[in-house]
Design a protein around this ligand. Sequence first.
Ligand code: ADP
Ligand code: MG
Length: 265
Amino acid sequence: MNSTDFSSLKLRSDLLQNLKSLAYTEMTPVQALSLPDILEGKDVIGQGKTGSGKTAAFGLGLLERLDVQRLRIQALVLCPTRELADQVAKEIRKLARSIHNIKVLTLCGGMPFGPQAGSLDHGAHIIIGTPGRIEDHLKRGTLKLNNVHTLVLDEADRMLEMGFQDTLETIIKQTPEHRQTLLFSATFPKQIKKIANSIMLDPVMVKAPSLHDNSIIKQHFYTTSDPYRLTALRLLLQHYRSESTVIFCNTKKETQQVADALIEN
Ligand code: ADP
Ligand code: MG
């Protein structure tokens, strides 16, 4: 048995069995580095790039501690956006497939409030949501966090960038002091260290090594403006002729315009 085998962990057998059925054959570096401490109940700060498998690191931790017989909110995961909350919920549901009757609920803005309050009324074990909407539910009294034993801040750096610091503090104050706190972030600005110090107890720091050497990635920056932007994009694509390309735009509308223009070309 080597140290990247999930079976080297003190995980329930149904969770281990399910990992096999998901074809998770071994732990990713961030999982191998953080899961032993997470499963011991320690507070952990995890740093790892996108795609490094951070969700399963905290997901397995909170599922291992979860008592499905108690229909109380036992774990809260805070994410910066609805899209990220949905992704986390999907992964946690996958990891929890072997636990019958487990209730995982997402609470995000942009969705009607009433049905969320209704679902909360029926009870849930795990809440995954965005800070604004979670705070709303707390204010209206539709959500209680006094049974939470695991609190997760996912993509903490982005939540702070989006100005959620005060909201996070308000939410965290309503969770029990005796809880496990797990914080994941791609970067570690001072602001994160400060918040970590105030909400965590002797956190263990874990940093997953990069999957590639940063020096092999070249970055170029071009300034352009309308009406030349689309032409510039087309010329760059023609110049580099890469096998695949990802283009990020500011808005849904712009994304469509860029896609239409490229298709036409
Ligand atoms: P991060 O949050 O670090 O960006 P995710 O948790 O979203 O990354 O994981 C990225 C992908 O890797 C997901 O599709 C997940 O299902 C998959 N994954 C995670 N851990 C493992 C593993 N141990 N073996 C195989 N696939 C995994
Ligand atoms: Mg993630």
